[in-house]
Design a protein around this ligand. Structure first.
Ligand SMILES: [Zn+2]
Length: 294
């Protein structure tokens, strides 16, 4: 290849190079705190500002209030994740679901980190267009944004299995879960980031979904270090949610999953790459089974 041609190729690639490094923010759900060394979670985040989506009934107690106060004081944001965490399946009553959002808001609003950002339990946003649009209208009327996830995963399942192992054997070597968990998260990151590039021609600012759990109290720091080592930037959750992709309201039913999953689904062009649900324990069981961790 001669120099002129190489130069031309470089120029052609320049607009892509400008945003070549993928960006990722941490969003952490539920705040079911018993048995979780929460201060370690906070320490893992360092200077990164995360979004904590709290279940009302999980934090309606002195320790829950202390956690939200501590996280607020450290500059993290607090979002609404319903009162009881019942997902919006077809059996759910939309009016009761809305009442839960308001009940949780009344509890969270006293914390300085609280912002009107709502995350749907299990990322289920309505099984029908009617329920989906009702909730979209409700959230808008009450000043809420959807705290959507672009990078979905099943950390909750790895946590569940880790705790089961510890219960059966208190001497169990927890570090056996480290690499499988890191591999799972990076595998999903590669998948959703490629989907972003293929649907939009760019890498959106990602929001990673993880949970307030034992697994992350052990390995969240390793997750962040892994992303940085592989050329990703870790950004504040507020900055990620400023990406225009979070204004999008895909026309899919059932509604929900990763926002990128739904936007890809809406195009009708990516069927072979879209499993449903997007993430679930059924995909992870064979992986942990093979490693002797199930
Ligand atoms: Zn949740």
């Amino acid at each position: 290849m001669n120099l002129t041609r190489r130069h031309a190729l470089f120029l052609a690639a320049t607009p892509l190079l400008a945003q070549k490094r993928p960006r990722l923010a941490i969003t952490m759900d539920d705040v079911r705190w018993p048995g979780v060394p929460g201060d370690r979670l906070l320490a893992h985040l360092g200077k990164t500002r995360a979004f904590l989506f709290a279940i009302g009934e999980a934090v309606d107690n002195p320790e829950g209030a202390r956690i939200l106060e501590t996280w607020s004081a450290a500059g993290h944001r607090i979002g609404n994740h319903t009162w009881s965490h019942k997902p919006l399946f077809s059996s759910a009553d939309p009016a009761a679901f809305e009442a839960e959002i308001l009940r949780t808001e009344a509890l969270l609003t006293r914390h300085s980190g609280f912002r009107k950002v709502f995350r749907f339990p299990a990322l289920k946003e309505g099984q029908t267009r009617e329920v989906r649009d009702r909730l979209r209208h409700f959230l808008k009327t009450h000043g809420y944004r959807n705290g959507a996830v672009t990078l979905d995963a099943s950390d909750w399942f790895y946590d569940q299995q880790l705790r089961a192992r510890l219960k059966a054997d208190p001497a169990f070597d927890v570090t056996r879960f480290r690499q499988p968990y890191l591999d799972h998260i990076f595998d999903r990151a590669r998948y959703y980031d490629q989907l972003s590039r293929d649907v939009f021609g760019r890498s959106v600012a990602h929001t990673l979904l993880v949970h307030y759990n034992l697994l992350n109290s052990l390995f969240l720091g390793d997750i962040l270090a892994m992303f940085r080592a592989r050329g990703w930037d870790i950004i504040d959750a507020d900055d990620a949610f400023a990406d225009p992709v979070f204004e999008r309201q895909p026309d899919t039913a059932p509604a929900g999953e990763s926002l990128l999953w739904a936007l890809a689904k809406e195009t009708g062009k990516f069927e072979r790459r879209l499993r449903y649900p997007g993430e679930d324990d059924t995909y992870e069981k064979p992986v942990l089974e093979k490693l002797g961790l199930l």
